[in-house]
Write a new protein. Sequence first.
Length: 333
Amino acid sequence: MTSTTHLSQDFPRHFLRDDDLTQAQQADVLRLAIELKAARTAGLHPKRPLEGPKTAALLFDKPSTRTRLSFSVGVAELGGFPLLIDASTSQLGRGEPVEDTARVLSRQVALITWRTFEHAKLEAMAAASDVPVVNALTDLLHPCQILADLQTVAEHRPGGVDALPGTVFAYVGDGNNNMANSYLLGGAVAGMHVVVGTPETHLPDPGILEDARRAAALTGGSVSVVHDAAEAVAGADVVATDTWVSMGQEAEAASRETPFVPFAVTPELMAGAKPDAGVLHCLPAYRGKEIDASYLDGPGSWVWDEAENRLHAQKALLVALLEAREGLPFPGA
């Protein structure tokens, strides 16, 4: 199988933020993800830049199911060896400087992914690394999830990736988390009209919101934050939500849930979206809280495609990063 996707020039060295990619680069990664998914379905694996095998260091400070699974399988299918590292049991967990770990890792592995807390630590890793560093989640952003979400929207919308610009994308729930931040930033890069519906007490990161506005000005998209759930989903093509209790907030569950109850994805709320609107949730989900079970398991759910697409979107991203590092004309022969 020969890929028909050709990435634009100047692909970034690392992927730490949704806006590390231009609109054209993001669209090209998504097209490749769709091609790789089709190839896998046909039993083919046409892109293997980690053949050798080369090793990918997959660092985890936080619990994970989908991120650990998709990166491990993806690295293996690209011909590499996924080396999973529990950062808490490494010297990082004993206070070794991030920069020292990066220097050691980048002499032995072909790429690094890190699921961690502070975004600044990830930036420090990238600054000291000689190999690509990928954000597998920080408290600020979750850009790989947004690539999978955008791939899912493209698969379900007439026109595919080319239909992303102009799509009305609503996110309802906790606006002060990494998913809201990345939906704003990644959706703006895609040229979408992103609306975040959240209580006034849980606003997105102001710096991210301003960056998203700048990105939208370049792509023809828009971003807005409203405090009424019905207003947020009015006329939406896609409605997304997330858990109201993120990792590390479990002790606050009872008090955290109350402000978000009006923002739950229910039949009453979805009545305001377009009749064919799809529903996304990055998981894990709590049926009967942030989302009605009928919108997680029913015919309007795009959630399980979304979860699968973590694999394909991340494979496409890694191919792009690795082939750019090797100086190959993407997608390579």
